[in-house]
Write a protein that binds this ligand. Structure first.
Ligand SMILES: Nc1ncnc2c1ncn2[C@@H]1O[C@H](COP(=O)(O)OP(=O)(O)O)[C@@H](O)[C@H]1O
Ligand SMILES: [Mg+2]
Length: 255
């Protein structure tokens, strides 16, 4: 099975009469960053939801680490090590950084038989994990509501890595971020992938795709219109895959 992390095999998804996905097949390796590109309505979000358990495919199959994989809920996907990281949505804003990092996984120690949260140990682990990823947050006791979008994203990504995540899905992760925060986010994606984690990132910004991705997969009208190593293609070629039109002005190819 070499180093394939996730293999998608002829995934189809219908919404009533709408065929959102018409047979999607591609794979992603460990430590690989795949940028998923395509026009509005191409099927990108639907595909990501199917991988992360938010929706079920109408037909088709997936292999994760060589075994049949089909998550019925996001919780099931998460337990397998697959998670969509949405900016903000999965953090409790009125809880501090440590509390969010350990949410549901708190370390307790017993004093005279009574369990107490081991706050010192949790704070240590959180600050080490964030520092090793190059994230600067002044205090681990800051409530998340006072942090920037980029810092929140960093907490979520590092939490995912720390708790054994294997494949992370990002749907337009930098849409609400500024230039500097986006640059840091892209660096962090590389850092995550360098630890052997697979990353699928949806972006409509071509430059980001070329900056961060090993491979670019283009979805058009529910099918894979291109699957190329980013070092072996060009933005113009990818635009052509997205639109189905050659830049020389020739008409749309038949599909
Ligand atoms: N829950 C849904 N019910 C009906 N149609 C849907 C639903 N979700 C997506 N679609 C349709 O499926 C197609 C693909 O949508 P989507 O995956 O959101 O595309 P993208 O993320 O590439 O913009 C579109 O035609 C969209 O209208
Ligand atoms: Mg979408």
């Amino acid at each position: 099975m070499t180093d394939k992390l996730l293999v998608l095999n002829d995934l189809r998804k219908n919404f009533g009469a709408i065929e959102a996905l018409k047979g999607i097949s591609f794979s992603i390796g460990k430590g690989e960053v795949v940028a998923l590109l395509g026009d509005n309505g191409a099927g990108k979000s639907t595909l990501v939801k199917i991988i992360s358990g938010g929706q079920q495919p109408t037909s088709g199959s997936m292999l994760f680490e060589g075994a049949e994989y089909q998550a019925k809920t996001p919780a099931e996907a998460k337990a397998a090590g697959i998670e969509t990281v949405y900016q903000d949505l999965s953090l409790c804003t009125n809880v501090d950084v440590v509390g969010n990092f350990f949410m549901g996984r708190e370390i307790c120690r017993k004093i005279a038989g009574i369990p107490f949260l081991n706050e010192r140990a949790m704070e240590d682990i959180t600050s080490k994990a964030l520092a090793s990823a190059g994230t600067r947050i002044p205090s681990m006791r800051t409530k998340v509501e006072h942090l920037s979008g980029g810092q929140r994203q960093a907490i979520e990504l590092n939490r995912f890595v720390h708790w054994g995540g294997k494949l992370v899905l990002l749907d337009e992760p930098f849409a609400a971020l500024g230039v500097e925060q986006t640059r840091r986010g892209l660096d962090m994606i590389r850092h995550v992938a360098d630890q052997g984690i697979g990353v699928i990132i949806i972006t409509h910004i071509m430059q980001q795709a070329f900056q961060v991705a090993d491979r670019i997969v283009v979805i058009r009208h529910g099918v894979v219109a291109g699957d190329v190593e980013s070092s072996k293609t060009s933005p113009d070629a990818v635009i052509q895959m997205i639109t189905g039109q050659s830049l020389s002005g020739a008409g749309p190819e038949g599909r």
